[in-house]
Design a protein around this ligand. Structure first.
Ligand code: GLY
Ligand code: MN
Length: 455
């Protein structure tokens, strides 16, 4: 974990943002997979991690705003528990490592809260067991998730410190190797799952976990496919969207797309270059004060220009983007915040994280999926992930309805039905005057990809 000073400072900062009352951060507990003692891998709650760094189950953190005091609720393991699970760090040591002065048994949490008779702030809950725990704990005094707390936490977690950036870069070191493994090992005739296993196995062998389930597929047009049963064939593209966590559970989120046989076909090259140009234009927008919605729209204009140049779109570029015609090929947003969560803080409310009073969410297909629209600030970490996809179901639906037929050459799309999709994704930090791509360089250009695949 970081030093106790980091967590003390984060809590101090939070005390200054909340007027009064108590703040409750319930830690996560293991979630049963099929019966109680056979559970899914434990993942601590990100907000709990942020404010105390303790990566153990069955803990709660309470902050008394009026007193400026942090109290850790938890218990040492019983001998019976130690028999099955082994020893764990004593609560006293956990508290000390996080700079917390007081620790109390979990069994006293309810009495502690009820006795204080103060407003209890907590964040939106996303697990059924958490919801039950909090609703029983706050029986009769539950005002729901606290808007004041949500806003304060988003403000704080949005700006990454240098030690957080270093963590994300540790995650990216593993992710870089995972992507190189995929490029080097992918061959005609292999199953996708062989590559998925090699990548996840590498992360596990380094003591790391994944930030999200791997997307590795010859059907790149399926934006979040988690099926790995296809045999890969020469002539197809493989899309690899995968990222490891850092030791302290910061995420990384990288996508590369490459030809199964190691050589891009002329058509694949054309589409790849359009996506690559989209990303280059998006990088140019990565500066404090620029809105990410403008970056998204600029990227969409590059997509339209590129698709016009190969005869798939037509008409006036600006009008096509305004109408949302490009979304047939680029139906998702340019990117999202990244941090302790791969879609950072999404559990606190997508609009509260990615939008502000100057950036309202659109309901237009495509633009509606833009998770980050507001002006960029130094310290934001975000993904830049444009893509172009050929989605047969969507093409058929739009063609049947003659949707945007002034901008789309439906006849020319017939030969692209089996193309798949291309996405290129990197993680950047916004600096005082621009941006920096985080982590080691991962082969991105056509030449770089063909060269590593030839090794
Ligand atoms: N890596 C998956 C996503 O960004 O949604
Ligand atoms: Mn992403």
């Amino acid at each position: 974990m970081f030093s106790s000073n980091t967590y003390q400072n984060r809590r101090k900062n939070l005390f200054n943002s909340i007027e009064d009352g108590l703040i409750l951060f319930p830690g996560n507990n293991p979630v049963p997979m099929n019966y109680p003692s056979n559970h899914l891998p434990f993942r601590q709650d990100s907000n709990f991690m942020y404010y105390c760094g303790l990566d153990f189950s069955h803990l709660s953190l309470v902050l008394d705003v009026d007193k400026g005091e942090a109290i850790l609720f938890g218990d040492d393991l019983s001998v019976d528990e130690i028999v099955w699970e082994g020893e764990r760090t004593p609560i006293s040591q956990m508290a000390e490592s996080s700079g917390i002065d007081r620790f109390i048994s979990s069994s006293d949490l309810e009495t502690f809260i009820q006795k204080k008779d103060k407003e209890v702030h907590y964040l939106p809950l996303y697990r059924a067991d958490q919801k039950m725990f909090v609703s029983e704990l706050l029986n009769g005094i539950d005002n729901g998730a606290s808007k004041e707390l949500i806003q304060a936490v988003i403000r704080q977690r949005s700006i990454k410190s240098s030690e957080e950036l270093a963590e994300i870069e540790l995650a990216l070191e593993i992710t870089c190797e995972m992507h190189k493994i995929a490029m080097r090992q992918t061959k005609h005739g292999m199953l996708e799952q062989s590559i998925v296993g090699a990548m996840e196995g590498f992360a596990l062998s380094k003591g790391r976990r994944l930030a999200y389930p791997i997307i590795f597929t010859i059907h790149g047009e399926i934006l979040h496919s988690n099926v790995y049963t296809n045999i890969m064939h020469s002539g197809q593209l493989a899309l690899n969207d995968s990222g490891a966590e850092s030791p302290l559970h910061y995420a990384s989120d990288i996508t590369r797309t490459f030809p199964v046989n190691g050589k891009f076909s002329p058509t694949q090259k054309e589409i790849y270059e359009i996506v690559h140009n989209m990303q280059a234009v998006a990088f140019d927008y990565c500066k404090p004060g620029n809105s990410y919605k403008d970056a998204h729209l600029a990227t969409a204009r590059v997509a339209v220009e590129g698709l016009k140049s190969i005869g798939l779109m037509k008409g006036e570029t600006e009008q096509a983007v305004e109408a949302g015609a490009h979304a047939l090929f680029f139906p998702h947003g340019l990117g999202h915040m990244l941090g302790l969560d791969v879609h950072d803080m999404e559990g606190l409310g997508e609009d509260l994280v990615g939008y502000d009073n100057k950036s309202e969410r659109s309901d237009q297909f495509g633009l509606a999926y833009l998770r980050l629209a507001k002006k960029l600030e130094p310290g934001f970490v975000l993904t830049v992930e444009p893509g172009i996809y050929f989605i047969p179901h969507l093409i058929d639906q739009w063609q049947l309805n003659e949707k945007h037929k002034a901008f789309i050459n439906y006849n020319a799309l017939a030969s692209f039905r089996n193309f798949g999709g291309i996405r290129i994704e990197d993680n950047v930090v916004i600096t005082e005057d621009g941006f920096r791509i985080l982590g080691p360089h991962i082969p991105r250009t056509i030449d770089e990809i063909e060269s590593i695949m030839a090794q």
